[in-house]
Ligand binder design. Structure first.
Ligand code: ZN
Length: 58
């Protein structure tokens, strides 16, 4: 995914910084404990599409 795009992306809920997981193709927000999917290089910044992080990934 484009590094510039990653720079401007924030969590839609807390407006916090996101952590890009390249192997998982996910953007993590630790405070919200959510992982947003990246589909074909396009981050899907929707709460409904996000995955709840299990305790071991928090
Ligand atoms: Zn957040």
């Amino acid at each position: 995914m484009d590094a510039k795009l990653l720079d401007i992306l924030v969590c839609p809920l807390c407006k916090g910084e996101l952590l890009y997981k390249k192997t998982e193709q996910e953007l993590l927000c630790k405070p919200c404990k959510l992982a947003f999917p990246v589909k074909d290089g396009i981050p899907v910044m929707l709460e409904e599409e996000a995955r709840q992080l299990p305790p071991d990934e928090r």
